[in-house]
Design a protein around this ligand. Structure first.
Ligand code: MSP
Length: 527
């Protein structure tokens, strides 16, 4: 993507009743890594996150505490904001569904969809999953023995008079979309799952609720109803950008979600958007680029849950940050986490193992090795590039690493982006092993070669630090300072934009510039 391009990415908006845990930090960190990578490339990035506030549980919890629902939501939304600040998250906006800007837009969309006939008042009877607050089609209910396909709890027969969204009219549209744009829902396993379920038939879905005791968005023209929380929540993606200054940021390039909320994002949301788009004046409302669904963190093979008491809470993550640093947590989440179709176990021992292998023994060690040799054999300053037994090798490796990073980013393969940078560091280590500058340095006549080797090593480390920065911002910026390139950090501060292609061009370091030794970037963890 060329500089001047734009990139819009969202997290789900989080239930304001919950306390932040690994699921929230994971999804938000992945989006943060992608947002930083696109800013580094010079794009105009819009990274949206926020809170989903209108669930019935919020007013219940508030009542128990003698608070209004909004007072309770204010407290918890504040906790999310503080958590994200502490975890280095660089969102551009934080939307709350209780905000006037959202409520006003949702009512506007609902009015439009009532007029187009995509929303209608109807009676419905069917199998209802109370935990998920959704109806389950008859065939699927039967297939799961009339138990929730998600929680396994019994489904209940329920009848209600509600407003419905005419999802059943969009089956053909959705199947054609999934066919025409195979990348629309990713990974492929999730796409196939969605296609299979659409083929089983689509039911219209509720778009309103009654009895929500004043908490929720009043349904236009029928104040006994409120907008169903899921419809309300999905609209956040649009309401946040539906202003004159921001409409150009739509459509979102990526909605990152967990696989548990796939149906709402891969089926209901595109159908709602398409219904809106067909209304004259709404031509700007295109479909998102991709719905990227990640898997789940589990523990010792089991789903994390409050009742099992095996949830990784924020306190556990805080402890890891205190012990290993925030970069280390980000590295672990991105390289070991369930980005793809599979779930991943959060194993304590693995954390330290990955930290030592990648961060302490590879990146940290390589940086101090090159800085130390530069101090010892070149007076602490970079020598001139030039001929040596492996000349050109790191330049080639750096070019390949950049290309790999760029391609991986297009696929949202964030772990591969990270490994592109780390493999370049590994190439530096391999080159040192191969050329043995510490051995060559015994012969004074070969010192220019030693200097040239070390120049290449420092230069490759500089390129690697750029590619690693989205995941390891602290270490990246520290290396830039040591290598005399503070301007990268300055350009990227406060959500600024970088110039990755230009910065990663080989030969950016000036001969004669110092390579400061500094403290160990990642001290080895001994347990
Ligand atoms: N409010 C809805 C989303 C509405 S979006 C229009 C919601 N909120 S949530 O707070 O429950 O979950 C947010 C995200 O956390 C989801 O993407 C979910 O997949 C993720 N995770 C929750 N637990 C998780 C793990 N154990 N592992 C990884 N991610 C998980 O859903």
């Amino acid at each position: 993507m060329a500089p001047g391009a734009r990139f819009t990415i969202t997290t789900p908006i989080y239930y304001v009743n919950d306390r932040p845990h690994i699921g929230h930090v994971f999804t938000t960190t992945l989006v943060d890594v992608a947002a930083r990578a696109h800013r580094l490339r010079g794009e105009e990035v819009f990274f949206l996150t926020g809170t989903d506030e209108h669930a019935g549980k919020v007013s219940d919890a508030a009542r128990e505490r003698g608070l209004t629902p909004l007072e309770w939501a204010d407290i918890n939304a504040g906790t999310y904001r503080e958590t994200f600040a502490a975890y280095g998250i660089t969102h551009d906006d934080f939307i709350r569904t209780s905000e006037a800007r959202h409520v006003e837009r949702v009512q506007h969309y609902v009015r439009q969809l009532l007029e187009s006939g995509d929303l209608y008042l109807g009676d419905y009877e069917g199998w209802y999953d109370p935990g998920e607050e959704e109806y389950v089609p008859d065939s699927r209910a039967a297939e799961h023995g009339y138990k929730s396909p998600i929680s396994g709890r019994p489904l209940v027969r329920r009848e209600e008079r509600n407003y419905f969204f005419r999802l059943s009219a969009y089956g053909g549209f959705l199947l054609e979309l999934l066919e025409r744009r195979p990348g629309f829902v990713q990974p492929d396993a999730r796409r196939n799952e969605v296609i299979g379920r659409i083929r089983q038939g689509l039911l219209d879905v509720p778009a309103s609720r009654t009895g929500s005791a004043g908490w929720g968005i009043p349904f236009p023209g029928d104040p006994e109803h409120t907008v169903y929380v899921w419809i309300d929540a999905l609209f956040n993606y649009l309401s946040a950008v539906d202003t004159d200054e921001r409409r150009h940021l739509w459509p979102a390039d990526v909605h990152l979600i967990g696989k548990d909320i796939l149906w709402f994002h891969a089926v209901i949301w595109p159908a709602v958007l398409e219904a809106l788009r067909r209304i004259p004046g709404n031509e700007w409302i295109g479909l998102p680029g991709r719905i990227q669904a990640h898997g789940f963190w589990i523990r010792e093979g089991q789903k994390m849950s409050k009742s099992l008491g095996n949830f990784i809470e924020l306190e556990t993550l805080d402890e890891h940050v205190a012990r290993f640093g925030l970069d280390a947590l980000r590295w672990f989440l991105v390289t070991q986490g369930p980005l793809g179709a599979h779930d991943c176990d959060f194993a304590e021992a693995r954390f330290a193992e990955v930290y030592n292998a990648d961060l302490a023994n590879t990146l940290g060690n390589c940086a101090s090795r090159v800085a130390n040799m530069t101090a010892r054999y070149a007076g602490g300053r970079l020598a001139a590039p030039g001929a040596h037994p492996a000349a050109g090798e790191l330049e080639t490796a750096a070019g390949e690493a950049l290309a790999r990073f760029q391609q991986a980013l297009e696929r949202f393969a964030l772990a591969d982006c990270a490994q592109a940078g780390m493999d370049l560091v590994r190439a530096v280590d391999a080159l040192i092993e191969k050329t043995r500058p510490f051995r060559l340095a015994r012969d004074a006549a070969r010192l220019p070669e030693v200097g040239a080797i070390l120049y290449d090593c420092a230069e490759a480390l500089r390129v690697a630090s750029l590619l690693l920065w989205p995941v390891l911002p602290r270490a990246g910026e520290e290396l830039w300072a040591r290598l005399g390139r503070p301007e990268y950090a300055e350009a990227l501060a406060k959500r600024g934009r970088g110039r990755l292609e230009a910065w990663a061009a080989w030969g950016g370091l000036e001969p004669g510039a110092p390579f400061a030794k500094g403290e160990a970037l990642f001290p080895r963890y001994a347990g």
